[in-house]
Design a protein around this ligand. Structure first.
Ligand code: 5GP
Ligand code: MN
Length: 443
């Protein structure tokens, strides 16, 4: 029997080992496996999650009505105090509902302020600006400061573009799958803000780097979810400033609920919870009548959106990959300076990019998107028809999502497989050159 907390912890870690053992096949180079283990599991002394207590939500079962969407969309504020959108920005935002929305085009048309325009537009479209009585100028200030925070460390990847990308992807999930109809206005608000702030003031280095080099943030957060704690804490601190406080007209209860949701969602973007998060959801979905907790569902959606670029069009995915790797390499440069061992994928002179991306798609992104789709199908399936009124054709699923990510994932994998061949040849050539040169010392 596993009753004690110790055995529960052991079991949990063993579960993660099981998950990772699925990743063991020899097809994955050791470096990729090491990276998977160090990034997506808890190796450095597992943090204990808060109890599984669920936040209390008002019943919203009856809010699931098709009309809500239309109502929300057309409740946009329409008065002169609203921020002005240049025509070229309006043009790009016309494609806001697309899965492969071009966030780089938005960056250009907004002259480096994609967060400001996209977030403002979304909060207006969902009727949040109106519902929570935001002062447009306060919202603008808040968004400007968030945008600045994302540019603080001039990161190639974890910058305002990534925040915009994740927020837009969350918007896709909310509006194109119908997820928004399962949620209250406050939950939609919290989800959009969680996406927006989820990497605020990212340092361009990993949690592991913070811990290993003993940064101020690692000291402050005791080596646990260092970055995620910072993103949340710094954002709520900003929200306390009068001219940025877009929450000023929320009731005390609304504020508490909003804050709990945002904290839960952003903490769940810590990649070391990945395997556990997926396993828990999979287990839940095997039950005869699964009841999915809102906070858990939204956390999984945000986590998936956070790692969704490999499921977008190749041109977008390739660009994100280059940026992320450059950020990893800069961390590697710092590690070299500090005399620390290289973190996986951070040594710019020794990396197999295509192989590692195939590993990332196969073992992380693809399974995440699958669990997320399964979850959405369970949540969003219409209630069973009454007896005698069953569907005529039992082979037709009750509800099926449109999944644009499936095609892109397969296409991107194909691209990387082609590149992997060239990469392997290149590696072999480099090794041969090393062997040929007599002065080169053996490693
Ligand atoms: P974030 O740091 O943005 O909150 O979480 C995303 C994490 O997923 C990254 O830090 C990185 O570990 C991983 N990730 C995202 N995109 C890629 C990718 O294209 N390749 C690899 N290897 N890892 C990725
Ligand atoms: Mn992120």
């Amino acid at each position: 029997m596993h009753n004690g907390q110790g055995s529960a912890k052991k079991r949990r870690l063993a579960d993660e080992d099981d998950e990772l053992s699925e990743v063991q096949p020899d097809a994955v180079p050791p470096e990729v496996r090491e990276w998977l283990a160090s990034t997506f599991t808890r190796q450095l002394g597992p943090t204990r999650r808060k109890s599984d207590e669920k936040p209390k939500f008002k019943s919203v079962a009856h809010a699931i009505r098709a009309g809500i969407f239309v109502d929300r969309i057309y409740r946009r504020v329409n008065h002169t105090a609203l921020m002005q959108f240049p025509p070229e920005v309006v043009k790009v935002l016309k494609t806001l509902d697309d899965w492969s929305f071009d966030v780089f085009a938005l960056h250009e048309s907004t002259q480096g302020q994609p967060i400001k325009f996209l977030s403002y537009d979304l909060l207006n479209r969902y009727g949040i600006l109106h519902k929570f009585k935001m002062v447009p100028a306060t919202l603008e200030n808040f968004l400007l400061r968030i945008e600045e925070g994302y540019c603080k460390y001039k990161n190639p990847y974890h910058n305002n573009l990534h925040a915009t990308d994740v927020t837009q992807t969350v918007h896709y999930m909310l509006c194109k799958t119908g997820l928004m109809n399962w949620l209250t206005d406050l939950e939609i608000f919290a989800t959009l803000i969680a996406a927006l702030i989820h990497d605020f003031e990212h340092t361009g280095t990993t949690n592991n780097f913070h811990v290993m080099s003993g940064t101020e943030a690692a000291l402050l957060y005791n080596d646990r979810a260092v970055l995620e704690n910072h993103h949340i804490s710094a954002s709520f601190r900003l929200l306390k400033e009068d001219d940025c406080n877009i929450l000023q007209n929320l009731s005390r209860e609304e504020y508490r609920e909003f804050r709990t949701l945002v904290i839960d969602m952003v903490l769940a973007t810590d990649m070391s919870f990945h395997f556990q998060q997926l396993k828990n959801m999979r287990n839940l979905l095997t039950l005869a009548e699964p009841s999915v907790d809102k906070s858990k569902a939204l956390s999984l959606v945000l986590h998936c959106c956070d790692i969704s670029h490999p499921a977008k069009k190749w041109e977008l995915h390739y660009r994100w990959t280059t940026s992320l790797l450059e950020e990893f390499f800069r961390q590697g440069d710092k590690e070299r300076e500090l005399g620390l061992p290289f973190s996986p994928l951070c040594d710019r002179n020794n990396i197999m990019i295509a192989e590692s991306q195939i590993g990332f798609i196969d073992f992380i992104v693809d399974p995440s998107m699958t669990v997320c789709s399964d979850m959405l199908e369970v949540i969003l399936a219409p209630e069973k028809p009454p007896v005698g009124k069953e569907r005529e054709n039992e082979n037709t699923p009750a509800f099926s999502l449109v999944k644009p990510w499936v095609v892109s994932l397969a296409e991107n994998k194909k691209h990387w497989k082609e590149k992997a061949v060239t990469e392997a040849v290149q590696k072999k050539q480099n090794e041969d050159v090393k062997v040929d040169v007599p002065t080169t010392k053996a490693e």
